[in-house]
Design a protein around this ligand. Structure first.
Ligand code: RAT
Ligand code: ZN
Length: 416
């Protein structure tokens, strides 16, 4: 047995975490066959909606004037406001600089146009390879919305599988705006009416199976408001119970629920205009308890829900907690949440996902999270060693591999 001493522990943990090949369970990235839907490069990085929200803290311009600017003009304004007129230490700003740094760009002279030149010489396909290599991500799960016309066209006409990009069937419109989308299903040949009668429910099931199979979806996913309740007398609850859960069961895939987003509290900010609210943990508890043959992946947006979510995950083997979502994806909160999760759940959690919308973000989101998770792990192993427990490098590599990849696949493939 190659037992590790406490002196070597730091190096062993850091190396294991730095080297592990990641399965990123939730992103908004697209495989190359989706063309322009896959965003990349410095102008996309700078106009990420996390930065758009920050720039409007400083500028007085009407929202629509900003949205009428070209992408490059928006990026120039964000660069000037958030990087030159202020120090860019917010997590979203720092992220851009981590990416440029890891790509070998020297930003000491703060020259944005030099960066643009660097990216203009790249070709998308090669750049995808480079980013996957640099971030040591082996595969990502996309967010695939059959209600998005541009995306839908690719699935129906020109999709070309790339093993690095797995699909997740995203069903927000179906669950959150049935009164508007039932007409679309009808147009696409499903025999539905607005009223959720037996034929309509059967046809919604057919729609879900068709798309999950077409995409080879590894799970179904939905983002939900803080008011999400179940059971409830609403079209959402009926569709979940009668369609989503049965189809997930039949296909043996999890339903990922991302709970706690208050949509468009400031509509002028568009994608950057959503906020957060505390949600009901009882809803998660009820679903896990009453649908034991369904698997649920859950992440919640408010910090206040994190502890109770861990507790519920201790009670139900059909619940997998994942990621530090969106406003929680900041170093201080990742650190706090990861500690709590490791203390309450041991190795049985998916500590992080990237939520990358721009390919290059894989580089920073994972560099930043790896650092924090490694530090937390080190503390936990050190505490363990103080009990006299002996650790081998293989133990640590096994745990790290589970946290960053295998727990997800084991859960997806788990039979209940
Ligand atoms: O983090 C984000 O980019 C959000 O805008 C959302 O996309 C969120 O992650 C979601 O998947 O709904
Ligand atoms: Zn997302």
């Amino acid at each position: 047995m190659a037992i590790i001493g406490v002196k070597k522990l730091k190096t062993v943990v850091d190396t294991a975490v730095a080297e592990v090949e990641i399965t990123d369970v939730h992103t908004h990235l697209y495989a190359p066959c989706f063309g322009d839907l896959l965003l990349w490069g410095v102008d996309e990085l700078l106009t990420y909606h996390y930065l758009v929200a920050e720039v409007f803290k400083w500028i007085d311009m009407p929202y629509h004037d900003f949205w009428n600017m070209s992408k490059e003009e928006q990026a120039d304004l964000i660069w000037k406001t958030l990087f030159l007129d202020n120090s860019p230490y917010s997590e979203a700003c720092r992220g851009v600089l981590t990416v440029l740094n890891r790509l070998g760009l020297n930003m000491a002279n703060r020259d944005l146009n030099a960066c643009r030149k660097f990216f203009s010489q790249k070709n998308m396909e090669d750049y995808v390879d480079q980013v996957f290599e640099l971030s040591r991500v082996k595969e990502v799960v996309m967010t695939n919305d059959p209600f998005d016309d541009d995306e839908r066209r690719v699935w129906l006409e020109s999709y070309k599988a790339d093993p690095r990009f797995k699909a997740a069937l995203r069903i927000d419109p179906l669950l959150n705006t049935w009164d508007r989308v039932w007409m679309k299903l009808k147009e696409w040949g499903y025999h539905v009416e607005e009223e959720l009668n037996p034929t309509t429910l059967k046809e919604i099931r057919r729609f879900l199976s068709d798309w999950a199979n077409r995409m080879q979806a590894v799970y179904m996913a939905v983002s939900l408001p803080p008011t999400f309740a179940f059971p409830e007398d609403s079209s959402r609850a009926i569709i979940i119970e009668e369609c989503v859960l049965p189809v997930c069961r039949e296909l043996k895939i999890p339903l990922a629920m991302m709970i706690g987003v208050k949509k468009l509290v400031n509509p002028g900010l568009v994608l950057a205009g959503d906020s957060v609210g505390k949600s009901s943990i009882e809803t998660v508890e009820y679903l896990c308890a009453n649908f034991p043959y369904n698997k649920f992946m859950v992440t919640m947006l408010s910090r206040e829900n994190q502890h109770e979510l861990c507790v519920v995950a201790r009670k139900f083997r059909n619940l997998m907690v994942f990621g530090c979502w969106w406003f929680l994806n900041n170093p201080s909160l990742i650190d706090e949440m990861t500690r709590m999760r490791f203390e309450l759940l041991g190795v049985s959690v998916i500590p992080q996902h990237s939520d990358a919308r721009v390919l290059d973000q894989l580089i920073y989101k994972w560099a930043h999270s790896r650092r924090i998770i490694a530090d937390v792990l080190f503390d936990k192993y050190k505490d363990l060693m103080e009990t006299g427990w002996k650790l081998e490098e293989t133990d640590i590599r096994r745990d790290v591999e589970k946290l960053f990849s295998r727990n997800f696949w084991d859960f997806v493939n788990k039979k209940l």
